[in-house]
Ligand binder design. Structure first.
Ligand SMILES: NC(=O)C1=CN([C@@H]2O[C@H](COP(=O)(O)OP(=O)(O)OC[C@H]3O[C@@H](n4cnc5c(N)ncnc54)[C@H](OP(=O)(O)O)[C@@H]3O)[C@@H](O)[C@H]2O)C=CC1
Ligand SMILES: O=C(CO)COP(=O)(O)O
Ligand SMILES: [Zn+2]
Length: 348
């Protein structure tokens, strides 16, 4: 008997382009939501675009958060109940978007994603990443009902946020390799469509790498398109597998042992150089990953990340413990092997 089924959750409206922030209220009206919005943001996005969002709605309460934590989620839920919010608007980087994603699940309402940084592919994904205890990776959540990505705003954000988004996409190469490996060795469910979409997204970004330059709105356009596409791949897969393999385990472990040193995207990019080395050896494609990162101006070494060599080796040898996700790291990389990989690739 054929008993397969799938439920793919995607945003209904995706607006991307110059000045689309001012179309936010129209994008929301098109969703036929009821009630007033609660704006969930963080200090810089609030300063940059908070008033432009509030100006489009009659009655909107605001919560500004300093960090992504369960306390922040609870605060949003509390304010949402107090104001009887009909839906949430998440304005900012990964922090407010992840918090709003999780809070909207608890409030049983939808949310709209308004990224102010093209820094990672969570702007559109059905995944939320809130650190809890020793856990750093994302969990399933509903994706945004709409995404409003204003390329003018994104192009004005600090350049390193955009290079972090590029690196998060470049890391899809190794994420897909890890997913295929887990399918072959452990019979992990694999989606050809999601895998192909994720890989193609990385390829297209790398092909455009020469056009990704600070101050060009075109760069924000290219990167945002890739982030949306990668988020869709995760939605098709129903997991973060297409965009998160061993390079993400490495980054999550860095977040645990050396918190707040580098951006998520930058850490996964360097992780991708290392895990590509494990996949294809000293003459393998790790140099292509490194060159792609370097072309867009993303970090390629521990030094660039501001993280010392010992911490990189510590993270690499313990990354497999982060979650139950089979990758090229298998049941762990020895210290000698980690040092050799990091030295040959020039990461340390
Ligand atoms: N759910 C998912 O699928 C995914 C989630 N993630 C998660 O996302 C997080 C990383 O996201 P990231 O965006 O780097 O983190 P943040 O939201 O912390 O943003 C990074 C920094 O950029 C600042 N910022 C944002 N927009 C602007 C702007 N336009 N101008 C100036 N400064 C700005 C923020 O300022 P301020 O502090 O003032 O707000 C913050 O200091 C991680 O926690 C990661 O785990 C990553 C990938 C996928
Ligand atoms: O960062 C992500 C994809 O780019 C989400 O992956 P995780 O599930 O590993 O948190
Ligand atoms: Zn990521």
């Amino acid at each position: 008997m054929f008993d397969k089924s799938t439920w793919i959750k995607l945003p209904r409206n995706v607006l991307q382009g110059h000045g689309v922030l001012d179309d936010l209220a129209d994008a929301v009206a098109d969703l036929y939501l009821s009630g007033d919005p609660l704006l969930v943001t963080s200090p810089s996005p609030e300063r940059i675009a908070g008033d432009r969002v509030r100006a489009q709605f009659d009655d909107v309460a605001t919560v500004s958060l300093d960090r992504a934590s369960f306390e922040s989620v609870e605060r949003v839920v509390e304010v949402g109940r107090e104001h009887d919010a009909g839906y949430l608007i998440a304005l900012g980087g990964g922090k407010p978007i992840d918090v709003a994603k999780m809070a909207s699940d608890e409030l049983n309402c939808g949310f709209v994603s308004v990224p102010t940084a093209a820094s990672h592919d969570g702007i559109v994904s059905g995944r939320s990443s809130i650190p809890e205890g020793d856990t750093r990776h994302s969990v399933a959540a509903d994706p945004p009902l709409a995404v409003v990505a204003d390329t003018e705003l994104l192009a004005e954000s600090p350049w390193e946020l955009t290079t972090a988004g590029c690196a998060d996409i470049i890391s899809n190469y190794t994420a897909v390799k890890d997913w295929e490996l887990a399918h072959r060795l452990k019979n992990v469910e694999y989606s050809e469509y999601a895998g192909a979409l994720s890989q193609m997204t990385a390829e297209m970004l790398v092909q455009s790498a020469d056009s990704i330059k600070p101050g060009l709105e075109e760069s924000a356009w290219i990167v945002t398109k890739a982030l949306v596409s990668s988020g869709v791949a995760m939605s098709i897969a129903g997991s973060s597998r297409p965009a998160s393999g061993a390079e993400h385990l490495f980054s999550h472990q860095l977040d645990r042992i050396a918190p707040n040193r580098a951006l998520h995207g930058h850490q996964v990019g360097v992780g991708s150089i290392l895990t590509e080395y494990f996949h294809s050896g000293p003459r393998g494609e790790w140099q292509d990953i490194r060159d792609a990162l370097s072309t867009v101006g993303a970090p390629t070494t521990a030094d660039d990340l501001g993280i010392d060599d010992e911490t990189v080796i510590d993270a690499l040898t313990t990354a497999h413990e982060i979650r139950d996700r089979y990758t090229i790291l298998g049941d762990g990389v020895s210290e000698d092997a980690a040092i050799e990989a990091a030295t040959i690739t020039g990461v340390i």
